[in-house]
Ligand binder design. Structure first.
Ligand SMILES: *[C@@H]1O[C@H](CO)[C@@H](O)[C@H](O)[C@H]1NC(C)=O
Ligand SMILES: *[C@@H]1O[C@H](CO)[C@@H](O)[C@H](O)[C@H]1NC(C)=O
Ligand SMILES: *[C@@H]1O[C@H](CO)[C@@H](O)[C@H](O)[C@H]1NC(C)=O
Length: 445
């Protein structure tokens, strides 16, 4: 309609017809190529994608005034702990599955994670928690657009952004921020210690500080802004939970591992937990209490990596390790292998076209040999890889737990027996012994 009017006007103004045809062709081609480009993403989800590959959230230090505003907002949000979309999806209960996403500043990747979450079946039954270490209006605005499930935001209050010139941010006492000629300074880089602090703090917050925390019996799945999830993540969670009741002694569930071609979508593997099984880690409050009771093995371990610190902590569990049930084919992938979230989403879509999601029968496998159960063992480094030796970091990490209403019924035994770690080559899965076989009718809740 408008087009006709425009063409008529143009002709009246003496513009040659071929010019008009060229312009119209250009517009049509542009429109179709742009819709084609993102065609693997359903149209109604395009509203979550408005940051281009080159978009960067500014990392300039806030002015004292903006810093004040950010700090006040953070305090308020953490105090109010408002859950959005509860009117539509009902109140969060003691059994609600929680997906918590650790977010820093990579909004370009985060938007693809959100789009992937929106396509997960049963996502409407969960609560999404975004735990931020960076306060930014563009990020907040994007999250507020979510309509496909309940969500809330929490903010890590001891971030570098909110503490630019003092511990826990970059402190004059740190060697890295000041002249190296200084004699007494502590070898720590706040930009690198933040991630582990934030991981621990949010686990504590999610399990202890929310309205339903006291009675919480659900599962918390831990993600990161650079993850990308597949549509049957929560469907596989049900199978994983089921296998916990069949095979005893499993503490955690895992949905991510490095991606390989031709992995079985209908297979769950029971094995010892270790990095790199740190994408899409999931556990419940019973396990969290056991972890929290051993917090010093996380908080004083001289390693910047939260997963190696957790591994060190797990070595204090009964038996010297923790068992996991993990999906053989990952349901949580990482986009950090690619230069942008956009590229990652496209490549993942190509690679996984036609993947057999939602398997109707699922097998869980333990690997046995003539000498008993075989597991991949744990190669625990004799000490951490450093970067986490400052006593102030240790104390900050321990603090949210020591000031909390610690329940003392944690069942972990802190024995002094030194755990044995076996290093085994890659497991030969064709010798797997199937221990659980389960069928589930595909149905909507
Ligand atoms: C993102 O979308 C909103 C409207 O939903 C718009 O106001 C904003 O300018 C967009 N941002 C970018 C970077 O495109
Ligand atoms: C939490 O998980 C552990 C280990 O997987 C299990 O033994 C325990 O019963 C679970 N707790 C709840 C409250 O479901
Ligand atoms: C795996 O184990 C099976 C049975 O023990 C054996 O037949 C097979 O050759 C092994 N495969 C590899 C790659 O080692």
């Amino acid at each position: 309609m408008y087009l006709k009017v425009i063409i008529n006007r143009a002709r009246l103004n003496g513009i040659p017809i071929y010019c008009i045809v060229l312009v119209v062709t250009y517009l049509v081609v542009k429109y179709y190529s742009s819709t084609f480009k993102g065609s693997y993403i359903p149209l109604h989800l395009h509203k979550y994608l408005n940051f281009s590959e080159s978009f960067k959230v500014s990392s300039v230090q806030l002015s004292p005034r903006d810093l004040n505003i950010a700090a006040t907002s953070v305090e308020l949000v953490n105090f109010e702990r408002e859950v959005f979309n509860e009117k539509r999806f009902g109140n969060v209960g003691a059994e609600t599955t929680i997906i918590v996403v650790q977010v820093h500043r990579d909004i370009e990747r985060l938007q693809y994670l959100i789009v992937s979450l929106a396509q997960v079946h049963y996502i409407e039954t969960t609560l999404l928690i975004f735990s931020h270490s960076y306060f930014d209006e563009a990020i907040n605005k994007m999250i507020k657009k979510i309509t496909f499930c309940r969500f809330m935001q929490i903010f890590y209050p001891f971030s570098v952004q909110l503490n630019p010139n003092k511990f826990p941010g970059i402190d004059p006492e740190d060697c890295l921020s000041s002249q190296t000629s200084k004699q007494f300074c502590s070898n720590r880089d706040a930009r690198r210690t933040e991630y582990k602090h934030h991981w621990w703090w949010k686990a504590y917050f999610v399990f202890n500080k929310l309205d339903w925390s006291d009675k919480y019996r659900g599962v918390v799945i831990f993600l990161d802004e650079s993850n990308y999830v597949l549509p049957d993540l929560l469907y596989m969670l049900r199978y994983s939970k089921r296998s916990l009741s069949v095979v005893t002694g499993i503490s955690v569930m895992v949905f991510g591992r490095p991606y390989f071609k031709d992995l079985d979508y209908d297979l769950l593997i029971i094995d010892t937990w270790r990095p790199p099984y740190d994408n899409g880690l999931a556990f419940n409050k019973t396990v969290w209490k056991e972890i929290a009771a051993l917090s010093s093995y996380f908080c004083t371990y001289d390693d910047l990596s939260w997963s190696y610190s957790l591994l060190n902590l797990f070595s204090r569990f009964r038996g010297g390790h923790v068992d996991m049930v993990s999906t053989m084919a990952p349901r949580v992938l990482t986009t950090s292998l690619y230069s942008t979230g956009h590229e990652a989403a496209e490549k993942i879509h190509m690679q996984l076209k036609g993947a057999p999601y939602f398997p109707l029968t699922v097998k869980a496998a333990l690997v046995y040999s003539s000498t008993g159960r075989v597991d991949s063992g744990v190669n625990l480094p004799s000490k951490g890889t450093g970067g986490w030796s400052d006593l102030r970091d240790h104390l900050l990490c321990l603090d949210p737990l020591s000031t909390a209403d610690q329940t003392t019924d944690a069942t972990a035994d802190d024995t002094t027996t030194t755990p044995k770690f076996v290093i085994l080559p890659q497991i030969n899965y064709s010798s797997a012994v199937i221990v659980v076989e389960d069928t589930m009718k595909r149905r909507r809740l």
